[in-house]
Design a protein around this ligand. Sequence first.
Ligand code: AMP
Ligand code: MG
Length: 428
Amino acid sequence: MAESTYPMLAVETALAIVLEQAAPLAPMRTALAAAHRHILAEAVHAAKPLPPFPASVKDGYAVVASDGPGVYPVIGEVTAGRIADFAVQPGTVAYITTGAPLPTGADAVVMVEETEELSTATQHNEDATSVGQRQVRIQARVSAGADVRPIGYDVAVGQEVLPAGAYLGAAEIGLLATIGAAEVSVYPAPRVAILSTGDELVEADAPLNPGQIHDSNRPTLAAAVEALGGVVVDLGIAGDAPAAIESAVERGLTEADILLTSGGVSMGNLDLLKPLLDRTGFVHFGRLRMKPGKPCTFATVERNGRRKLIFALPGNPVSSLVTFYLLGAPALRKLAGWPNPRLTRVQVCLSQPLRLDPYRPEYHRATVRWEMSLHEGRGALLADSTGNQASSRLLSMRSANALLELPQGEGVLEAGATVTALLIGDVV
Ligand code: AMP
Ligand code: MG
């Protein structure tokens, strides 16, 4: 069999090429409710302070701090959302709730636990003017400013609340809401077109005729793309006819920022994608020095003034998903504006011995979890292999949240050995 003419690139080299070709999409203004899980395109500064008024931190009494402990008439109440229509004079106090604006004249709050409410009919009513009025015994001595959040305590006017490049999760959405930023500039979700190739493939709901299998790559890749925040454009199954593949590829290039195809990149008669991509655009690489997924191909095509990224992934289900995580996921994140689009790399401890591949580095699928008993009770991440690593065996990706970066080499890595791993899911 003829050798491929494409040089075999190290994954790190291939990833550098991919990230160089991938440019963030043009930012767009979006309503805050739609900004969740996007990357902020420009820094956001607070146009107003929070709180916008001196606010009580506790339920209690607004006081003049220098008055000190003693019995005082309660001249009014102020609750959150309202402004007092009175001022607190020395020798008087006002009931106040958490978050309410401090009335004029008061300079501190004494929490309710440090007070005792007195009934109006008690003997403490020595002053005739306060008969029939609420009174309270203030038991604590507080200094000015006690239990009051001054204006701008949480967020100062002009303060940068989020830098450009921030990921908008729950807290960040809250920060934007709290400063009244109803619309923000974010990078849009990349559109990712997904095509399966192969005459043997049918949909999951179709009966299998002899020689056929269900298409698993397209649903798998669609789910992976959605999990990363991409928008899927489904191109269906193209079979192995070059014309059908070409028209589906064209549609993908028109409608999406990234095109993922799977199958048809191995050596032999049905190496369909590389010649097509060679004609349509520029093939940056056609082979990777890695396992599983050696024939992974990457090309770029200029369409509508944009550079479209094409990943022609191998057909084997594991190979296509692993190569998508290694190259496609960082590309998707780069387009989505992530300042560091790479997968997170951690150190993990092997729970069992693993045999190395003498020819290629291997991305061994594993389930990683925190194990407190490791490293003399200080804890470490422990990696359990998902078992048989055949590239056709999608079960080897079940529950996998990490790809162990096993170096090319002889022999085995012993249980307890430390290796690096790329996280592809949550550590639970
Ligand atoms: P290929 O790269 O087209 O030679 O495919 C390699 C292997 O992956 C073959 O066994 C194919 O049947 C299988 N394969 C290709 N595409 C898919 C797919 N979308 N879903 C499941 N298996 C596939
Ligand atoms: Mg095929």
